[in-house]
Ligand binder design. Structure first.
Ligand code: URA
Length: 279
C-alpha cells in the first residue's frame, strides 16, 4: 500500500466532492455505526458481511488477475503533472493515476518500464485516445512523445490550430505491450475501468479516437477503422470521432490518407469551435 500524505488525501477528496457538487450531489450519506449486538444462536449477525452480488461488481481493473511477474512500480509522470493543476478534475484524477501506477491487473505490469496514464489539461473539452504506449512513451511515462506523437502534435497544432497542452491525451492501455504488439482483449478489459474513469472525470465534449482499438472501445462497434472514421457518433452524451492512427499515417504517407485525417479532425473543430480550447 503506497503512503499518501494527509495534504494530498485532502486534495484528492476535495476533487471528488467538487465533482459531485458539480453534478448536483450535495449530500453524501454516511454509513450508520453498527452497535455490536450478540446475535441469537443460529440467527445471522446484523453486521455480517453482505454477500457480493452482481450490483457490487467492480471493474476488472480493480481485481488484479494472477500475474506472472512482479509489477514494476515507480514514480508516475502523470501524478507529478496532475499535482501542478489546480482543478477539481485534476484532483479527482490523481487517485486513479496512483492506482494505475501500482496496477497489476494484467501481465503487462511486469514488462513495463512505467505506466503511461495521460497528459494535458484535465479540464479540456477535447480528449484524444490512442492505443497503447510505445517504446518512447514507456521510457518517459507520457503518451505520444515518439514519432507518431510528433505527428499527432502537428495534427493538433497545425491542423486543428489548438495547443497540445490544452488537450487531454491518453491511451486505451496504460502499459506498453512487448514489441508494440496489438493489445490483447484481456488487457483491454483489465484497463477498461481506468479509461472509463478518465472520461467520467474529464467529461470532454468531444473524444477523438486515433486508431482501431480506441475507435472500437469508444463507439462499441466492430467495424474497421476505414468504416468508423469520417462521422460523429453520439455516445453517452459525448461526440466521438474516429480517425487513422498517426503511426498508420506515417506508414501510408499519402495525400489521400492525410486528407482523410484532416477531414476527421475538422469535424471535431466544427463542434468545439476555434482556438483557444481553454483560456
Ligand atoms: N501510439 C499510441 O497509440 N499511443 C502512444 O502513446 C504512442 C503511440
Amino acid at each position: 500500500m503506497a503512503r499518501i500524505s494527509k495534504a494530498n488525501l485532502a486534495r484528492q477528496l476535495r476533487g471528488h466532492v467538487e465533482l459531485l457538487a458539480g453534478a448536483g450531489v450535495n449530500d453524501i450519506p454516511m454509513p450508520r455505526k453498527k452497535t455490536a449486538t450478540k446475535p441469537a444462536q443460529g440467527a445471522k449477525a446484523d453486521n455480517a458481511a453482505p454477500s457480493r452480488t452482481a450490483s457490487h461488481a467492480k471493474p476488472a481493473a480493480n481485481q488484479p488477475a494472477a500475474v506472472a511477474g512482479k509489477p514494476v512500480v515507480v514514480p508516475s509522470a502523470a501524478v507529478a503533472e496532475l499535482s501542478g493543476f489546480d482543478s477539481a478534475q485534476a484532483r479527482a484524477l490523481e487517485p486513479v493515476a496512483e492506482q494505475v501506477r501500482q496496477c497489476s491487473a494484467c501481465n503487462l505490469c511486469s514488462t513495463r518500464t512505467q505506466t503511461v496514464f495521460g497528459t494535458g489539461d484535465p479540464r479540456s473539452p477535447l480528449m484524444i485516445v490512442g492505443e497503447a504506449p510505445g517504446g518512447d512513451e514507456d521510457a518517459r511515462g507520457v503518451p505520444f512523445v515518439g514519432r507518431a506523437g510528433k505527428l499527432l502534435t502537428d495534427i493538433i497544432e497545425k491542423g486543428m490550430k489548438y495547443r497540445r497542452e490544452h488537450v487531454y491525451i491518453c491511451n486505451v492501455l496504460k502499459c506498453r505491450p512487448p514489441n508494440n504488439r496489438n493489445p490483447e482483449p484481456g488487457e483491454i478489459e483489465a484497463c477498461r475501468g481506468y479509461l472509463a474513469r478518465q472520461i467520467e472525470i474529464i467529461n470532454p465534449k468531444v473524444i477523438l479516437a486515433v486508431g482501431l482499438f480506441p475507435a472500437q472501445w469508444l463507439t462499441g462497434r466492430k467495424e474497421a477503422i476505414g468504416k468508423l472514421r469520417g462521422q460523429v457518433f453520439e455516445v453517452n452524451g459525448r461526440k466521438v470521432i474516429a480517425t487513422y492512427h498517426p503511426a498508420y499515417v506515417l506508414r501510408n504517407y499519402t495525400v489521400e490518407t492525410r486528407k482523410k485525417v484532416h477531414e476527421d479532425v475538422l469535424l471535431a473543430v466544427g463542434i468545439l469551435g476555434p482556438a483557444p480550447l481553454l483560456s
